[in-house]
Design a protein. Sequence first.
Length: 159
Amino acid sequence: MDFTVADTKSLRQQHWGRTIDKRRQFISDVISNGSNHERNSVTTFLVFGRKVCQTAWCQLYGIGKTTFYRVKDSLSTEHVVLRRGKSAAALTTLSWLSRQLTDRAEFAPDRNAAWLPRPSQKIDLYREYVTEVDHAVSKSTFYRLWTEYFDMVKIRKVN
C-alpha cells in the first residue's frame, strides 16, 4: 500500500500547523522513540502503522534534511551542539515565516519540496514582513532564517 496524496497533505498540514518549537519537539520525540541517537544509527519510523525509512518519513512530513540532522545531532550524548539563543525578534520572524509559508506554499506530495506561487520573490515577502511586524530583523537575518529553517521552500522561476 502506497501513501496517497491526501495522506501526505494531511501529515504535512499536521506538522506545519505546529509552532517551530513543537515541530522540533515532534522530530525529537520520534527520533528518541526509535533510535540510539548516533548519527548513522538506524531509526524505526512509523507512519499510519507502516515502517518507513528516514528519507520517506522526512518527505512525508515535509521535513528538510538539515532540520532533521540538526535535531538528531542535538540529541547525541557524544557531543554538545552549542547554539546562540534566538532573540525575540528572530523568534517572531520564524513564527511569521512559518505562517506565511504554510499558507502560501504548494507542497509536493512526492518529495521534500514546496514552492511559492509566481511571481513571489523573497524581497517581496521581506517587505511585507517589515510592514506587519514591529522590531523587524534585517534583510540578511530574514534570509538566513529562511534558509536555516525553511530550506525546502523555493520560489518558482519566472520564464
